[in-house]
Design a protein around this ligand. Structure first.
Ligand SMILES: [Zn+2]
Length: 358
């Protein structure tokens, strides 16, 4: 017969065991109200953003955002400029005129507050719900019980596609991406003044590449980050803008392990259909910093007699279905001042040199 002390110990042990059992995370029904918030991304949980707040409703986010903006200290010159640019009154916008930066800033701020932010979180929530369903009820091939793996994380972008906006100012682009009717977007917008805006979490698919192909990849939006650089296509890119871009590229390369070869142009993946960024874009400077490749101008060797230029373009990634278009796209990127669809002897040397990096 057990002593009362032994019985007490057994009872205590059972309580502890029960408590341990129930302290395991319960299997979550992701469609229920107790699901984790849609905006919760692993990147924000790996210790990089310890101050990150968890939200469950869009209103909480906008409210928190306002609070943060009120209390945030304006430290740097960039932040000061951001603060100044962010406060445009209706009168100032009217005085500045239709389609002016102040006009776009004013209406964009208004759209962001009234509809864009709530739409953003509604979409993320819907996407999260879709991604959480397993097995997919629409998949006719699945005819078994549900077993789940426990080992997974997010798919990651592996390319960075650079664009020029072909618009008049950054404010106009922020507006363009804030309204549904345009159907276009990018993850980042880099202004001439060096101010960089993030409009979409990197794990989501922005709509910037359109019909495009690079190597065997035909859905570039799914595997890339889109960066729009404020530039009308007929002007050089200011130093502040390129410095800001390099800083952003550095961050993305490091965060997602993006290979040097995979920093490319919209014009590269959509030959002739797209011509951005323009011939003024400093690709050599980017390559020198580790983003994309550039030829070694001091060592331009004659290609071998059997050198196949079209095959070399394909090895680099160009869609050579229309050879003249592929050549033109290559030249916009690497020759820049001559966009004719013909390869001169010099162009062939450059191509041979670039191709050897791949
Ligand atoms: Zn583009």
């Amino acid at each position: 017969m057990l002593s009362s002390k032994a019985l007490f110990r057994m009872a205590l042990l059972m309580v502890v065991l029960y408590a341990c059992g129930t302290s395991q995370p319960a299997r979550r029904n992701v469609l229920s109200k107790t699901s984790p918030p849609a905006n919760q991304q692993p990147a924000e949980n790996n210790g990089r953003n310890p101050g990150q707040t968890t939200f469950t409703k869009p209103e909480q986010i906008t409210r928190q955002q306002q609070k943060t903006e009120e209390t945030r200290k304006v430290n740097t010159a960039v932040e000061r400029r951001q603060e100044e640019a962010a406060t445009v009154t209706a009168a100032e916008a009217k005085a500045a005129g239709y389609r002016s930066p102040a006009y776009y800033r004013y209406i964009t701020d208004s759209i962001q507050q009234t509809s864009a932010k709530s739409a953003y979180y509604k979409t993320t929530e819907n996407l999260f719900k879709q991604m959480a369903v397993v097995p997919n009820p629409q998949n006719p091939a699945i005819n078994s019980r549900w077993y789940t793996t426990v080992n997974f994380d997010n798919r990651k972008p592996n390319f960075v596609i650079l664009h020029h906006t072909a618009q008049d100012n950054t404010e106009q682009t922020l507006f363009t991406f804030s309204v549904t009717r345009t159907g276009v977007s990018a993850h980042f917008v880099v202004g001439k003044d060096g101010i960089t805006y993030q409009m979409l979490n990197e794990y989501f698919r922005a709509w910037h590449a359109g019909k495009s192909k690079w190597g065997a990849v035909t859905d570039m939006n799914s595997c890339s980050i889109g960066i729009e650089i404020d530039n009308n296509g007929k002007e050089p890119f200011p130093e502040a803008q390129i410095s800001a871009l390099l800083k952003l590229l550095d961050y993305l390369k490091d965060k997602f392990g993006i290979p040097q070869a995979n920093f490319i142009a919209h014009s590269d993946i959509a030959p002739v259909r797209k011509n951005d960024p323009s011939k003024y874009f400093p690709w050599k400077r980017l390559a020198d910093a580790g983003f994309g490749y550039w030829y070694d101008s001091a060592n331009l060797a004659e290609p071998p007699a059997d050198f196949n230029a079209l095959l070399a373009l394909r090895v680099i990634g160009y869609n050579t279905a229309i050879p003249a278009d592929a050549i033109q796209a290559f030249k916009l990127h690497f020759i820049q001042n001559d966009s004719s669809p013909m390869l001169t002897d010099y162009d062939k040397k450059v191509l041979y040199n670039v191709y050897k990096y791949y």
